[in-house]
Every structure is written in C-alpha cells, then in structure tokens.
Design a protein around this ligand. Structure first.
Ligand SMILES: C[S@@+](CC[C@H](N)C(=O)[O-])C[C@H]1O[C@@H](n2cnc3c(N)ncnc32)[C@H](O)[C@@H]1O
Length: 253
C-alpha cells in the first residue's frame, strides 16, 4: 500500500494539488450549512478541512484505510470523527449523511463500483455523492510529466492511465453502475506554481503513491536519468502546472 507514508510527505507530493482542488469538489456537491458530510479516503485531510470550514467539525466524518493518514487527520481536525476504513465497507448506517465525497480516491479503490455503492448507501435519499479523479489518461494530471518521463525510461512502465475514473466518461459510468440517480460529469482544474525544479521533483523521491513507488524501485543512475528527463520536459522555472480532474455527482436513492 503506497499510502502508508508520513502525512508531511503526502502534503508535499499531492497535498499541494489536492488542497486547492477541495473547494471545487465541495461546491460541486452543493454542500450547505446544516448538512452532515462524509469524506471517503480523506488522507491527511485536504477535503476534510474544506468541509469543516463550511459545516463545522461536528458535522463532518472521515475515513481512510491508511493508519498514518487517519492519525494525521485526527490531529489536524479536532472534533471530526475519523475512522480507519475503506470505501468498500463503510462503518455507518444507511442514510447517515446528507453528502458523501471522495477526492482522488476512486482510482485506488479495490472495487470502485462497490465503494461508490457503499457511499450511496450511507447517503440519505436525494443526498449527493461526488468524486473526482485526475485526468491521467488525457495526460492532464499533475503527475503526467513524471509518467511521460518514466515511459521514456521504461516503455513497459505501469502508469495510472488505466485506473478507474481516470479517462473521460468513466467516472460517470461507475456512478451509474453503482446505482446513483441523475449522474452528471464535469471537470475541475487547479493551477499550482512551482518556484524551482527541486520544489517540483523532490516530493517524487518520498515514496508516495504509484509514482513514488516507481521512483523508489530505481537504482541511483536510473533515478538520475528520470530526473533529467523530467527536467527536460518541464517549462523553465518558475512554472505554473495546470491540472484537470474528471468529476461526477449523483443522487442517492
Ligand atoms: C491521492 S490520496 C487522496 C487523499 C485526499 N482525499 C486528498 O484529496 O488529498 C488517495 C487516498 O485514498 C486512500 N484509499 C486507498 N484505497 C482506498 C479505499 N479502498 N477506500 C478509501 N480510501 C482509499 C489512500 O489511503 C489515500 O489516503
């Protein structure tokens, strides 16, 4: 499991993109004061923080299967109920929430349809289920340059393009397969400035997610080659990386 890593490493690797993404997913879910919301696959709590800002900690619950992330989310968000659990088996009663969200998680679920079905089950009738996944297949995700360089290095590398929800239309298909009503697909976009190449590169060496796991398997010379290939593909510094995520929302029955 490539998410059993320190929360700080996650922040530097992915939190830099997921923090600015969170308000957009919360808007897509039409979150409004007085609602109870669940953050599925919360990680250290990028989306949790946005839900707390809108609803208050007592109205927010969160789950993640990674122990260090659960600990970090508990520490960072006092008052939020954070439990160690996977989407496919949520420890809540039917209809416990008005809205259930999963930011950058569906593609890591062992069974995405089962996970989304569980998200629908714990959402009250007519409540919103919403999720987003980076556009890995379209080469528009924040990790796309890294994976392009990895392909140059090793044409057989297994990147994230084939993962659930990472190609156009697939997330909406999964929502429909999970039995959600009125499914709508859209896109979300974030722009993040990188002041230096090192600022962009160094988090890839921390072992986070499939990209970090790939880098960790390389010997020193191959890692240096990968780094050079990334540098050649990126614009001159400072540069702004604009990334796109596929998003979907649907209503629980
Ligand atoms: C890219 S991170 C996203 C974290 C957070 N939502 C964010 O936006 O920063 C993916 C998260 O999904 C979690 N995860 C992996 N498999 C999962 C599953 N089956 N159910 C729920 N979460 C899962 C990982 O532990 C990790 O925290």
């Amino acid at each position: 499991m490539t998410f059993v890593v320190a929360a700080d490493a996650y922040d530097r690797f992915m939190g830099r993109y997921s923090v600015p993404l969170a308000p957009q997913l919360v808007d897509l879910a039409s979150i409004a004061g007085g609602q109870r919301a669940l953050d599925v696959g919360c990680g250290p709590g990028a989306l949790t923080a946005e839900l707390v800002a809108r609803l208050g900690p007592e109205a927010v619950s969160a789950v993640d299967p990674s122990e260090p992330f659960v600990e970090a989310a508990r520490e960072r968000h006092p008052g939020v109920s954070v439990q160690e659990a996977a989407a496919e088996e949520l420890p809540f009663e039917d209809g416990a929430f008005d809205a259930t969200l999963a930011q950058l998680v569906v593609h890591f679920m062992a069974d995405p349809v089962a996970g989304l079905r569980e998200m629908a089950r714990v959402t009250s009738e007519g409540g919103v289920v919403a999720a987003c996944v980076w556009d890995h297949a379209g080469g528009q995700g924040p990790l796309s340059v890294f994976w392009q360089a990895a392909h140059e290095l090793d044409p057989d590398v297994e990147d994230e393009t084939q993962l659930a929800g990472a190609r156009e239309g697939h997330l909406a298909q999964l929502f429909e397969a999970a039995g959600l009503d009125g499914v709508e697909q859209s896109t979300l976009q974030v722009s993040v400035e990188h002041p230096s190449f090192e600022d962009w590169w160094e988090p890839y060496t921390l072992g986070v997610g499939p990209a970090g796991a790939f880098a960790a398997r390389l010997d020193e010379a191959r890692l240096a080659e990968l780094r050079q290939r990334c540098r050649a593909l990126l614009p001159p510094v400072p540069f702004v990386l604009t990334s796109r995520a596929w998003a979907a929302r649907g209503l629980a029955r």
